[in-house]
Write a protein that binds this ligand. Structure first.
Ligand SMILES: Nc1nc2c(ncn2[C@@H]2O[C@H](COP(=O)(O)OP(=O)(O)OP(=O)(O)O)[C@@H](O)[C@H]2O)c(=O)[nH]1
Ligand SMILES: [Mg+2]
Length: 643
């Protein structure tokens, strides 16, 4: 090894364990879960060892190297353009045939390859065994069996990768049938002479025969296109089918032949409990009962846990106050220190943490077990009514954690229209910050049932909006259904890590914002600015929404992070007993409006990046006006029940 910096890319089908391997190798924080399509953007990490640096890149999971979706383009271009020194093809050993279909295409990109035969445990549970040495010989690629979640085989995989980097032996092509090979060879030899791109000539030849439009677009020489057309006609004549179909089916045949050769039945498969669970979990009646029951259980569980610890922590921190007040500091500094800095920290710890920590833990459990994907299946019907297919559901569910990855996650959808609709709806899904407000304010001071009502109202709103968007944004939904992953026994280490990744984001990112916001607010108070600012909001806040004018200020801070609406409320009134400062109707309206009034800055930023500033602005203004109008109407209507 003579360079100082090397690149290894992880590529393979979705949900095979690429991100687990990435995290294990680099200590990275990629989102892991049991459904296809979590990683939508490549992630990078660095390993430093004995004076060399290895740059590891986690690519989105894909099934082909054609350009059907954004992830496929991301992955294909990365491998072709950046020419990583080695590509680790992560393969799900428990469904070898399907995974090899992709391996065969990777080989065509001619990068130095290693196969990580991952999920080896699951394959063995199925009563299978794979002769991995034979597989290695058949493909001409090193194969290392791994169980990523238990960190097994990863060291060997890494060592093997370094070897592959060292001896840059070219992977030999896997040959198609005679007629197809003939055509590929004719095209390749012309392309070799005429064209200089980052794609290998043989790859271009195959893709031209496969009618890949984006490859066609980079071929400037019309003679080559004409030649490709002629060769395609020749293939159609022989096979009576489009060359695309012929090539795909030959690839399948090769994949299936190799998989058949190396796979042996070893023992009896362990009874697949998953299938039995699914008989109930996906059943038309019991499925929904379980779903609803589970949701209520989670809701009450998080609420009970959160409110108990919130109070416990709150009273413990109160004990600190006398110590701080007595500090021998100038009164102003003292006030800034306690009311600004300390109250900020305390608010983060007592108001937010007790709710989001268990919430994230449960989310990780649902994600990793595979139940989340079942929810997608159960709600597929509703999704179709919204003009979205099952794939849209996973990003929406991600939205319960945080809207930012939810908006990014919509990339798994092929069409811009579907993506846009899904992303708008994702901004309305109650994220963890909003859940904190519902639990910490509405459920605690009005009662859990009211929080559930606000959840329900939000879902109805999402439904109605989805139907409207579906009707008015042109195009009809494609009928793609997400594939159902197997249940997995959650691995505690992975679950805890996943929970920590999300929580860390809160601790490192949100805490400073919360503290800064509290200090700013304390400065406002010192300068006597609070009342004038609040008065500015009065017409809308008080006359229309029925809230105290000060709520306007908290909404302003809430744009930074939604939990700040609640935290600022407690900072402004110097209490976290919200029943003292808000009437029941005000609590309800406050809860409802914060649900929808605006996406937070981080969301707005990714929305702009993904869809452009025009659409982002439209969404922000739309949601803002929608919240004010609906909140006001609700306020007037509620007068009847809650004077
Ligand atoms: N039992 C078992 N589970 C595994 C293994 N490797 C990964 N998993 C699980 O497989 C699921 C998918 O893992 P990820 O690393 O998120 O998969 P990915 O390939 O990055 O998926 P995408 O980002 O969606 O393309 C998770 O639930 C992991 O816990 C393994 O070797 N054995
Ligand atoms: Mg991933």
């Amino acid at each position: 090894m003579n360079k100082k910096l090397y690149t290894i890319a992880l590529a393979g089908n979705a949900n095979v364990g690429k991100s687990v391997i990435f995290n294990q190798l680099t200590g990275g924080n990629q989102i892991i879960g049991n459904w296809p399509g979590k990683t939508v953007e490549k992630a990078e990490g660095l390993i430093e060892q004995e004076g060399i640096k290895i740059h590891v890149v986690d690519l989105p999971g894909i099934y082909s190297l054609s350009t059907y979706s954004e992830e496929e383009i991301v992955s294909r271009e990365f491998i072709a353009k950046e020419k990583p020194d080695a590509v680790i093809n992560v393969v799900d050993a428990s469904s070898l045939e399907r995974n090899l279909f992709f391996t065969l295409q990777l080989i065509e990109l001619e990068s130095p390859l290693i196969i990580a035969l991952n999920q080896y445990d699951i394959m063995e549970n199925k009563g299978l065994s794979i002769d991995f040495e034979m597989l290695s010989n058949l493909l001409g690629i090193p194969v290392v069996p791994t169980i990523a979640v238990r960190n097994k085989g990863l060291k060997a995989l890494f060592e093997k990768s370094k070897e592959v980097i060292k001896n840059t032996k070219k992977v030999k092509p896997i040959l198609y049938g005679k007629e197809v090979e003939e055509k590929i060879n004719i095209l390749t030899s012309v392309i070799q002479k005429e064209i200089d791109t980052f794609y290998p000539p043989r790859f271009i030849a195959i893709k031209l025969l496969e009618n890949d439009t984006s490859i066609r677009a980079i071929i400037k020489n019309p003679d080559i296109i004409a030649l490709a057309e002629k060769l395609k006609k020749g293939l159609i004549k022989i096979h009576g089918e489009s060359p695309e179909t012929v090539i795909i089916s030959e690839r399948y045949t090769i994949a299936s032949r190799i998989a058949g050769q190396v796979t042996k039945k070893k023992g009896k498969a362990k009874i697949n409990i998953g299938d039995n669970i699914d008989k109930i979990a996906l059943n038309k009646i019991t499925g929904y009962i379980i779903l609803l029951g589970l949701m209520l259980l989670i809701f009450y569980g998080v609420f009970k846990f959160g409110s108990y610890f919130s109070e416990l922590l709150g009273t413990s921190f109160e004990l600190l106050k006398p110590i701080f007040i007595q500090l021998p500091l100038p009164p102003l500094v003292n006030r800034l220190l306690w009311n600004g800095f300390m109250i900020g920290i305390i608010a983060g710890i007592t108001i937010v943490l007790p709710y989001i920590a268990p919430f994230y833990l449960i989310l990780a459990l649902l994600e990793d077990s595979g139940y989340l994907a079942r929810i997608a299946f159960l709600t597929d019907n509703v999704m179709h009514k919204l003009g979205l297919h099952g794939k849209a559901f996973m990003p929406l569910i991600e939205g319960f954690g945080c809207t930012v990855p939810a908006v990014l996650g919509t990339r798994i959808m092929e069409r811009d229209r579907d993506r846009f609709i899904a992303a708008i709806l994702a901004t309305l899904v109650p994220c963890s910050a909003r859940t904190v407000i519902l639990l910490g304010l509405v459920a605690v001071f009005l009662g859990p049932i009211y929080a559930i009502i606000i959840y329900a109202l939000t879902f109805i709103l999402i439904y109605i909006l989805g139907r409207l968007l579906n009707r008015y944004i042109k195009g009809s939904p494609t009928g793609l259904v997400m594939e159902m992953p197997h249940y997995r026994k959650p691995v505690p280490k992975i679950i805890l890590r996943q929970t920590w990744v999300r929580l860390k984001d809160f601790v490192y990112f949100a805490f400073p914002i919360i503290i800064a916001a509290n200090i700013v607010m304390e400065i406002f108070t010192e300068l006597n600015w609070v009342v004038p600012i609040a008065n500015f909001f009065k017409p809308v806040m008080t006359n229309w929404l029925g809230l105290p004018p000060l709520a306007g200020i908290t909404f302003l801070f809430g744009i930074l992070r939604k939990e700040l609406t609640l935290i600022m409320l407690s900072a402004l009134y110097h209490t976290s007993n919200f029943a003292e400062i808000l009437t029941p109707r005000q609590i309800f309206i406050f809860g409802f409006v914060t649900m929808i009034y605006i996406p937070c800055v981080a969301t707005i930023a990714v929305f702009k990046r993904e869809f452009g500033w025009k659409r982002a602005t439209a969404v922000v203004i739309g949601e803002f006006l929608g919240a004010i109008v609906l909140g006001g109407i609700l306020n007037q209507a509620l007068r009847i029940f809650m004077p």
